[in-house]
Design a protein around this ligand. Structure first.
Ligand SMILES: [Zn+2]
Length: 90
């Protein structure tokens, strides 16, 4: 989740939390996803985004979530590196 935190949020004023029980890959994806919400949807975050039901209640559309997922995938698996790996037979 991402939430506004004036005390621990540093310059941005926001903190991202991940579930310690999730795998490292899952946590990495969550961080990238929440970073996109910070960059593109900050005005929608309000005091925080916690779970899907709350996100919908806050007016988060599936388009916004799709956008955050796409950003996370692009950040973690850059297209040019995937293409390069494919061209190298990896
Ligand atoms: Zn989200």
């Amino acid at each position: 989740m991402i939430r506004r935190d004036a005390q621990d949020g540093g310059e941005s004023g926001y903190v991202i939390y991940v579930n310690a029980l999730h795998s490292e890959v899952h946590r990495r994806f969550t961080i990238a996803h929440e970073c996109d919400h910070f960059v593109l949807h900050r005005s929608l975050i309000g005091d925080g985004i916690v779970k899907d039901a709350l996100m919908r209640a806050q007016g988060f559309s599936s388009r916004v979530e799709y956008q955050a997922n796409q950003f996370a995938a692009d950040m973690l698996m850059p297209r040019h590196l995937l293409d390069q790996a494919k061209n190298n037979g990896l």
